[in-house]
Design a protein around this ligand. Structure first.
Ligand SMILES: NC(=O)c1ccc[n+]([C@@H]2O[C@H](COP(=O)([O-])OP(=O)(O)OC[C@H]3O[C@@H](n4cnc5c(N)ncnc54)[C@H](OP(=O)(O)O)[C@@H]3O)[C@@H](O)[C@H]2O)c1
Length: 256
């Protein structure tokens, strides 16, 4: 039986940083790198020869996750790490995305995370790790980043509760809450909008976030937050009313 890690969105910023770290772990036989586009996955496979199993799938589509589940069952694998990392944002107001595009974001950011977890957990023995990538955006309601922030709040709450349920099975669940990182997320998030957010305080690198996230997971932590700014935000959001937090966010963005 092979011991593997599965990383979704492995060809992009944070997923790529996780891949680099786990590719160097000799206890893993293979890293299954999942994304939609072949080129990014092939670049990963060349960067870490013999370590990567590229798997193309659109994880906003339930049937493609079911197909991945069948492949995994057929290969008799033990999953030590599942990192549900694929996700995206759109920087715009509630009426600047069509209903279909709004729901498509939830299909990946929420549906993909839940469906991948439910598919893989039966193959995750005691001592394995499920890391779900939430965000600093999960700490408070965020006008003009409304859907994305709410989807990440779901991921954070879901992961923490699931982690409690899985304690007896010995599976650690960690909600990772990065602040802003320089990745492909920004290009994908920018759309024509009268309400685009433009101020990104406290940026860190995906490598810093990934390293801390894996260290926290291995210590059995339910939450991983890297960097002074996201940690301060997390604390303040617990103390102040949500209405005031929303006003502070709008002030920081120079919006009304
Ligand atoms: N960057 C930030 O400031 C920031 C802050 C907090 C949290 N996060 C979270 O960190 C995670 C990683 O984002 P990133 O910043 O690294 O973004 P990124 O550079 O845009 O990478 C996204 C990755 O996800 C893959 N992907 C996108 N849609 C997919 C789909 N439908 N099915 C399968 N794979 C898909 C992309 O590859 P393909 O295009 O080939 O599919 C790519 O590998 C996300 O969950 C994001 O919300 C990011």
């Amino acid at each position: 039986m092979k011991t593997i890690a599965i990383i979704t969105g492995a060809s992009g910023g944070l997923g790529r940083a996780f891949t680099a770290l786990l590719a160097a772990d000799p206890s893993l036989d293979e890293i299954w790198a999942v994304a939609r586009h072949r080129e990014g996955l092939e670049a990963l496979a060349s960067a870490y020869p013999g370590r990567i199993r590229p798997y193309m799938a659109d994880l906003s589509r339930r049937e493609e996750i079911a197909a991945l589940g069948e492949v995994l069952k057929g290969e008799d694998v033990s999953i030590r790490y599942l990192i549900n990392n694929a996700g995206y944002a759109k920087f715009c107001g509630w009426d600047e995305l069509s209903p279909a595009d709004s729901l498509a974001m939830l299909d990946l950011n929420i549906g993909g995370v839940v469906a991948m977890g439910l598919t893989c957990l039966p193959m995750m023995p005691s001592g394995s790790y499920l890391l779900n990538i939430a965000s600093q955006a999960s700490f408070q309601p965020l006008p003009w980043l409304n859907l994305y922030g709410s989807s990440k709040a779901f991921v954070r709450f879901y992961s923490r509760a699931l982690g409690m349920e899985l304690r007896e099975r010995g599976v650690t669940v960690t909600a990772v809450c990065p602040g802003w990182m320089d990745t492909g997320l920004f290009d994908r998030a920018r759309v024509e909008s009268a309400h685009a957010i433009t101020r990104f305080v406290g940026r860190f690198t995906p490598e810093q976030v990934a390293e801390k996230a894996l260290a926290d997971a291995r210590k059995g932590r339910a939450l991983s937050i890297y960097g002074w700014y996201p940690r301060l935000h997390h604390l303040i959001a617990k103390l102040l009313p949500q209405k005031l937090m929303m006003r502070l966010w709008l002030m920081q963005q120079g919006m009304k």
